[in-house]
Design a protein around this ligand. Structure first.
Ligand code: F6R
Length: 360
């Protein structure tokens, strides 16, 4: 049941400290500075020369997160929409690893992409929440996010668990290709271990409801981020449009001035996500929107320079750039939830949407 929460979505947002603990349990060894993924011992990915992710919707945003993390770790990788894959898959060879990211493991588009990849000779791996799902059974290997059942149609806790598992997997793949652990692993693992506590902090002190109310009369809602903040911006906008039915768009911060800026007015609040990767540029982009009258809501730590500039602030604890976006995402989940609640939307079952999309 929903327990004391009005909606499953809110309950599932609040479950993230637990679901993330479950995801990383026994899979990291911060003291030893190692990743301890059973079934994916060091060397598993030594022959992989490129990685393709296939996924849809929120899982695609997690896949993009993983793919960018791999690129940043020096590994050739692309995230592809599974529903585009049959028309325009990049070349596959024996050393291509294709990773399907799918909460349910039953999304038809993703299964079709996974089958195509296997047919073309790729090694396949499924990252899913559902043990025994079709995608888990059909891939060469499966990795489970252990988030527990997600009832709300809008994916919340499964996104954060997917992104965290892909962060770990990216580090493992990069280490295998280089033959040595990435230099920043020692900094990353303790931060990963403290993610559940950091999410608790976000949940306890969130101003998301106030922010949602303040901007509830807006025409459209924009989300910008750079690097690993970019998939989070896309996800922030998808969640917002799904459950509020309001117009929302996510952009790479630097793209704003290449067209979307024409949409910016005092009626279009801009949520700016700061992850510690070229934040000064993202802040300039946010200021470009502010100059056109748009209110800027900065999602960043308390001591961040963006706080001085922004009209509103949704705080996140200070952490590694690999993880900051996931804390920002929790704030944005709460903003979407409260905005939808103010509008009286059926949050757990948005119109026209199904939890699992089993047709192409
Ligand atoms: C959005 C949402 C959908 C799913 C998508 C893929 O909140 O839930 O976009 O992420 O339909 O579903 P899975 O992950 O089951 O393949």
């Amino acid at each position: 049941g929903k327990g004391t929460y009005d909606h499953f979505m809110l309950k599932e947002i609040h479950e993230q400290p637990t679901s993330l603990s479950q995801a990383i349990e026994g899979r990291i060894d911060p003291a030893g500075g190692r990743i301890a993924l059973a079934d994916f011992e060091p060397g598993t990915f030594a022959d992989v020369d490129s990685v393709q992710f296939v996924a849809c919707g929120t899982s695609y945003h997690a896949a993009l997160y993983g793919s960018l993390a791999l690129n940043q770790a020096g590994v050739q990788s692309t995230a592809l929409l599974a529903n585009e894959y049959s028309v325009s898959a990049p070349p596959i060879d024996d050393d291509t690893l294709v990773i399907a990211v799918t909460q349910s493991g039953e999304t038809a588009d993703t299964l079709t992409a996974l089958r195509r990849a296997a047919r073309e000779g790729a090694a396949t791996l499924t990252l899913t929440n559902v043990v025994g799902s079709t995608a888990a059974r059909e891939a060469d290997d499966a990795l489970f996010i252990r988030a527990g059942p997600e009832i709300g149609v809008a994916a919340t806790k499964t996104f954060s668990s997917q992104a965290v598992m892909l962060t770990l997997l990216a580090q493992r793949i990069a280490a295998d290709l280089r033959g040595e652990p990435p230099a920043d692993l020692e900094a990353l693992l303790p931060e990963l271990e403290s993610m559940p506590a950091a999410i608790d902090d976000v949940l306890a002190g969130s101003a998301a409801k106030t922010v949602a109310r303040r901007y509830s009369d807006s025409e459209a809602y924009f989300f910008i981020g750079r690097g690993l903040g970019y998939p989070v911006a896309l996800e922030g906008a998808l969640k917002f449009k799904e459950i509020t039915y309001e117009h929302a768009e996510g952009f790479a911060s630097g793209e704003l001035k290449h067209g979307p800026l024409a949409l910016v007015t005092p009626e279009t609040p801009v949520f700016a996500i700061f992850t510690g990767q070229e934040d000064e540029k993202t802040l300039k982009n946010a200021e470009e929107a502010q100059t056109r009258g748009a209110p800027v809501i900065a999602v960043c730590p308390d001591d961040h320079p963006a706080v001085e500039v922004a009209d509103d602030h949704l705080p996140i604890p200070d952490t590694e750039p690999d993880l900051a976006g996931l804390l920002a995402n929790v704030q944005l989940q709460l903003v979407s939830y409260h905005a939808a609640d103010l509008l009286g939307r059926p949050i757990d079952k948005p119109r026209n949407l199904a939890k699992s999309v089993t047709v192409e």
